[in-house]
Design a protein around this ligand. Structure first.
Ligand code: GLC
Ligand code: CA
Length: 541
């Protein structure tokens, strides 16, 4: 028996619930400037309530010069006028809560914008009191960057500031100088910003790129990346061992957690792109807790094969310590959309998988319609990563296109010119059309969320057997006397597998509900089903 088993009553909302990520620029525009905003999100809250999600997470809405579309913050305690005002934010929060949903904000602690007043001060002179709020180093003996560290977004991670003849460090764009988290005043100022939003009533944070918060104090070179091959992006030439995932980072996160825990019922999510055995360290330890949910992105790069996925589940479960609550993610604003990765015929199967795994699922806006990556012609590219390192498929614009609400010309997203093009298949892939259909990806996603809510076995249950049988992945979820069996067919052919007698509750390809399975389950190509096999539990065991 897993000691995190909870009853439906005492489980926390972020353990039971489904999180929905909104990219605010692209959800709903309310004022015709072609960019989504908070008033637009408010207009769509009833939709989210209808869909059945429990919490929404907003990518950053703080004032920003938008060099990295909001991940370059110039004021941590305000709202960018593109998105609205603090009053709009308070209104959004009230309206979200009124519909029994939670609101999670993005918080970007690793770096500010170069336009943040703190950085203006810091770069003003070597003796400015805020000089050490950022990371400044002398040039190397040849006048070049202090070491070989590279930016995630291409080029050196150091930019020389001519005024004071020193380099400042930036894990991402030169417009995103890294804060020096070893400085107590930086910690105090950033923790204060967290209180600002918690007092307003936000239900939690998704902390951006937490593995980058602290760098190796010795500033020695990174070793070569042993996996580097020619043809790979030059940003991967070195292993980033000195730049990220340093032991001291866990103290900083514990500080975030102490603050979050001093308010009722809030959640701390951490963005960590690391191997699973490193991801789980971001749960922290009992004496030094970390984030409640360090994002597990490992489905995003996973081979779409039953045996691989069974191993992935086993590996992750094996790494979790008592008290660690699992979570899974299929897509976000940085990675190719799931329907493009796995194929549109598998989009529903993928959603069924995400929502029946043990742990909190995070859905990315538009995935409930089966949206695919939208090709962006070169002249319309917005993403700085694509502009700096073109040709490797890093561009994130294709997954950030406007939400298609209906089949009108601008898809109900805006009355103006949208900041990124819409999906060309929006006649079929839009909310209004799919909502009106008897079966659609949207209808299916909604049914699945409802089933998950109805069956605590899906949200809170332990795993029974988890196994791959050729192209089929089968796992059981157990809760009280309930046993649900999930079977997923990853192949393009019809397959059969033995199954205890049970009732089909839901199929990703439609129909079948209330069908009784006896002994042998037939799965259509790319079909996933949830079967209630509780009745036969005893005779099978
Ligand atoms: C995270 C965000 C990404 C952003 C980067 C720098 O990875 O998800 O969108 O560009 O951090 O802030
Ligand atoms: Ca707008």
């Amino acid at each position: 028996m897993n000691d995190m088993s909870r009853t439906a009553v005492d489980a926390l909302w972020w353990q039971r619930g489904v999180i929905y990520q909104i990219y605010p620029r692209s959800f709903q525009d309310s004022n015709g400037d072609g960019i989504g905003d908070l008033a637009g999100i408010i207009q769509r809250l009833d939709y989210l309530r209808w869909l059945g999600v429990d919490a929404i997470w907003l990518s950053p809405i703080n004032p920003s010069p938008m060099a990295d579309f909001g991940y370059d913050v110039s004021d941590y305690t305000d709202v960018d006028p593109i998105f609205g005002s603090l009053a709009d934010f308070d209104h959004l929060l009230t309206e979200t809560h009124r519909r029994d949903m939670k609101l999670i904000m993005d918080f970007v602690p690793n770096h500010t914008s170069e336009q943040h007043p703190w950085f203006h001060e810091s770069r003003a002179s070597r003796t400015n009191p805020k000089r050490d709020w950022f990371i400044w180093r002398d040039p190397a003996s040849d006048g070049g960057p202090p070491n070989n560290w590279l930016s995630e977004f291409g080029g050196p991670a150091w930019t020389k500031d001519e005024a004071t003849s020193q380099y400042y460090y930036h894990a991402y764009l030169p417009q995103q100088p890294d804060l020096n988290w070893r400085h107590p005043d930086v910690r105090a100022a950033m923790y204060e910003a967290l209180h600002f939003w918690l007092k307003r009533g936000v239900d939690g944070f998704r902390l951006d790129t937490i593995q980058h918060l602290i760098e190796d104090e010795s500033f020695t070179d990174n070793p070569p990346n042993p996996d580097f091959r020619s043809g790979m992006p030059p940003t991967l030439t070195f292993a980033r061992t000195r730049q990220m995932d340093r032991p001291e980072v866990h103290d900083v996160i514990a500080g975030f957690r102490r603050i979050t825990d001093s308010y009722d019922d809030r959640v701390l999510i951490g963005e960590v792109y690391l191997p699973l055995e490193r991801v789980v360290t971001y749960y922290g330890t009992p004496g030094r807790p970390g984030s409640h949910l360090p994002f597990n992105f490992h489905l995003i790069g996973a081979a779409w094969k039953a045996s691989f996925l069974a191993d992935l589940i086993a590996q992750y479960e094996g790494l979790l310590q008592p008290g660690n609550w699992p979570n899974w993610v299929l897509g976000n604003h940085d990675r190719s959309r799931v329907a493009s990765r796995v194929g549109r015929e598998s989009a529903a199967l993928a959603t069924l998988f995400l929502l029946t795994l043990r742990g909190t699922p995070t859905l990315y806006y538009g995935d409930e319609l089966g949206l695919e990556d939208v090709p962006i012609p070169p002249e319309l590219v917005q993403d700085p990563w694509e502009r700096r390192v073109p040709g490797f498929g890093f561009g994130r614009d294709p997954v950030r296109t406007p939400m298609p609400w209906d089949s009108t010309e601008r898809a109900g997203f805006t009355s103006g010119a949208s900041w990124l093009p819409l999906n060309v298949d929006r006649d079929e892939k839009n909310v209004e059309t799919q909502r009106a259909m008897a079966t659609s990806q949207l209808r299916f996603t909604r049914d699945l969320i409802a089933l998950r809510r109805r069956c605590p076995a899906l949200s809170l249950g332990d795993y029974g057997a988890v196994e791959s049988r050729g192209d089929i992945l089968v796992y059981e979820r157990l809760y009280g006397g309930t046993r649900l069996t999930v079977a997923l067919n990853f192949s393009a052919t019809t397959v059969y597998t033995p199954l205890p007698t049970g009732n089909v509750l839901l199929s990703s390809t439609g129909g079948r509900s209330s069908e009784i399975v006896t002994k042998l389950l037939c799965l259509r190509p790319f079909e996933g089903v949830v079967v209630d096999t509780s009745l036969t539990s005893e005779e099978q065991d």
